[in-house]
Design a protein around this ligand. Structure first.
Ligand code: SAM
Length: 376
């Protein structure tokens, strides 16, 4: 796996976060290279205020920090960690690093954007830019050409303004836009819906997982969450909008719950949903984190988890594996991990390897999903 990004006689060492032995995934893509090359060829004066949106692991932040004032906004805790580590690794100038709920900086000369996968998040970000930028500030976005559909460009035109595209280079394309569309009404941050068959409503910030309808796995898991006075402290690992926590809290009035997710918008949505849907005060915590990094061992008796199976664009099961290892670490003896996954993902094999064959049981299954319980 390549870790040196070399362009214009300059080299950066860039690694993903967390750093893993035998990493196969690079910390930047051809889209980052295309953007960097394009901007370098523009010969900007030094000291521009550059706003970078959705930098994956820091390639753009590190590169442009050398000569400009960079503000980077990302919804990902992992991206924040990677960007910070890569800035240090390359002795870069400091930048301003903000989460996705932060207000956009007041003074911006150029916006660079990695186009997010999620169109609701893209719409929201474009609308945010439209609210604050003057019409002469260039916005240059990038993505794989096959991900830039005519519908994507329509979003740019509607929520931001005049939009054109570049030729493709290494299967990537640039999108050039200006904030001059007639549409200026504010896009609401929350999408709200009632959960079928359940006595609660969920509010979803733009980048929360499955923010427009209930995840099918979560729907099945809701039917099998425990109601058990023995459980005192639980973690909802990869909480998303907090759907599992809301149900768990309703079923277990004395349970203390910690919601953990790597998306700032997920953590904020989960917080909103627990506060909105619970009548009595609770011991609740909401933490943006990479899995359970930094959690004490042996403190919890229940972990519920509907693991992700991709990191940014890449399909991978290493996060699920880290979640299972971390869950085992934070569980007390006798504590339980409850996991839902697609049948074909083979989580049973992983859990048996980690917890021991006789400590893993099948709680429920349907055509698509299995729910497994692993006891420490
Ligand atoms: C399949 S979704 C489940 C969301 C919700 N619990 C549900 O059941 O609908 C997985 C969640 O894990 C989060 N996630 C991904 N990588 C993570 C990591 N390294 N640490 C913590 N959370 C992570 C994602 O942001 C996403 O919200």
């Amino acid at each position: 796996m390549k870790s040196e990004l070399t362009l214009f006689d300059r080299a950066l060492t860039l690694l993903r976060y967390p750093v893993r032995n035998n990493e196969t995934l690079q910390a930047w893509d051809a889209g980052d290279e295309y953007l960097i090359s394009h901007i370098e060829e523009m010969n900007l004066n030094d000291g521009q205020n550059i706003l970078v949106l959705n930098d994956s692991f820091g390639a753009l932040s590190c590169w442009f920090s050398a000569r400009h004032n960079v503000t980077t906004i990302s919804d990902s805790h992992i991206a924040h960690k990677a960007i910070t580590a890569n800035l240090t690794r390359n002795q870069c100038q400091p930048i301003t690093l903000l989460d996705s709920l932060a207000e956009l900086p007041p003074s911006v000369d150029l916006v660079l954007m990695q186009i997010p996968r999620n169109n609701r998040f893209l719409t929201w970000q474009l609308n945010q830019l439209r609210q604050v930028l003057s019409a002469d500030i260039p916005i240059i976005a990038v993505n794989k050409a096959k991900e830039i559909h005519s519908s994507t460009l329509k979003l740019f035109e509607k929520y931001l303004g005049e939009t054109t595209t570049s030729l493709a280079w290494k299967k990537h394309r640039l999108v050039f836009s200006f904030a001059n569309s007639p549409q200026t009404t504010l896009v609401e941050p929350f999408t709200t819906w009632q959960v079928d068959g359940q006595p609660f409503t969920l509010k979803n910030l733009p980048n929360v997982y499955s923010g427009e309808s209930l995840d099918l796995g979560a729907r099945f898991m809701l039917e099998h969450l425990p109601s058990d006075d023995q459980h005192r402290k639980a973690i909802d690992l990869g909480c998303g909008n907090g759907v599992l926590s809301v149900k768990l809290a309703q079923l277990n009035p004395n349970l203390a719950i910690t919601c953990v997710d790597e998306s700032f918008m997920a953590v904020a949505s989960a917080k909103q949903n627990l506060l909105d849907n619970l009548s009595s005060p609770r011991d609740l915590r909401f933490i943006d984190n990479n899995c359970l990094d930094g959690f004490n061992p042996g403190e919890y008796d229940l972990v519920v988890c509907n693991p992700p199976f991709h990191q940014q664009q890449a399909i991978t099961d290493h996060i699920a594996w880290q979640m299972f290892c971390d869950a085992k670490h934070v569980l007390c003896n006798g504590g339980q991990l409850l996991v839902i996954g697609n049948r074909h993902l083979g989580y049973d094999v992983k859990l048996k390897r980690l917890f021991g064959k006789s400590n893993v049981s099948l709680v429920a299954a349907n055509k698509k999903f299995v729910i497994l319980q692993a006891t420490k």
